[in-house]
Design a protein around this ligand. Structure first.
Ligand code: ADP
Ligand code: ADP
Length: 229
């Protein structure tokens, strides 16, 4: 578990005459265990900000602090973070079990520890009967569950979600939204969740960051943001 602090975070793509500022000094404090949703129009910088937190994108200026550590100079591997993507990003040739176990193997955990974590995640996500299948043999919702399982098994301090449900049909989206809510209630991992779906934002977010043109225009509870009592 860890709080996240963004201090005057900026991002400029390109150099010299071609430089484009896309994030203009964002400040935000996300509490330990909080679920915060980032919304805003396409191109406003949500992904860029998320990727900077994840260490997949260099921070041009300012500071990102996760827990006690300033992450600007850390390698992605050194960050206690797991990210879930819109396109699942599963390894196509590995089974469900192997997909979930892979990161733990790389991290050098014992076979017994890996097995325990994978089995527990599979039980939580109802993947127990699918462990020997490959991603091709799964539905979209099942794939997204595997992607989440792969994140959970690492027991990260921070979860990052980049529009994880936008490739699913409406019915599955509702179901997965409820599952994510349940997961957060039980894991209490600090979560930063990007979406353009207002319903997801309102139901999942304890607070929201409303982005516009590279700035955080508003940070508050859904009630504050949408002006409801
Ligand atoms: P969002 O996730 O809100 O749709 P992005 O973070 O993807 O927004 O993009 C923010 C802005 O940065 C956009 O104008 C986009 O075109 C630009 N951008 C994103 N990635 C790059 C890149 N690698 N090089 C140059 N510009 C980029
Ligand atoms: P990203 O998708 O933003 O590049 P990820 O954290 O998803 O980053 O993946 C880290 C690396 O592992 C990336 O280079 C990604 O392309 C690669 N990767 C993820 N899933 C697969 C896959 N199913 N097959 C091959 N490579 C993959």
């Amino acid at each position: 578990m860890a709080a996240i602090h963004l201090k005057q975070v900026r991002k400029t793509y390109g150099r010299g005459a071609k430089a484009v500022d896309v994030i203009h000094g964002i400040d935000a404090d996300i509490a330990d265990g909080e679920f915060i949703v980032m919304v805003g129009p396409s191109g406003c910088g949500k992904s860029t900000l998320l990727r900077m937190v994840a260490g997949l994108e260099e921070i041009s200026d300012g500071q990102i602090v996760i827990g006690e550590r300033v992450v600007n100079e850390l390698e992605p591997k050194e960050r206690d973070i797991a990210m879930v993507f819109q396109n699942y990003a599963l390894y196509p040739h590995m089974t469900v079990y192997e997909n979930m176990a892979y990161g733990l193997k790389i991290a050098g955990l014992s076979k017994a520890e890996i097995d325990e974590r994978v089995q527990r995640a599979a039980a939580i996500l109802e993947l127990g009967a699918l462990l020997e299948r490959t991603p091709r043999q799964l539905s979209g919702g099942q794939r997204q569950r595997v992607a989440m399982g792969r994140a959970i098994v690492r027991k990260p301090a921070v979860f990052l979600f980049d529009e994880p449900l936008s490739n699913l049909d409406a019915k599955l989206r509702v179901q997965m939204r409820l599952e994510i809510q349940k997961l957060h209630a039980s894991l209490r991992t600090t979560s930063l969740y990007v979406t353009h779906d207002q319903v997801e934002a309102m139901t999942l977010g304890q607070r929201m960051i409303v982005m516009n043109k590279g700035r955080a225009e508003q940070i508050g509870t859904p009630a504050q943001v949408y002006g409801k009592p």
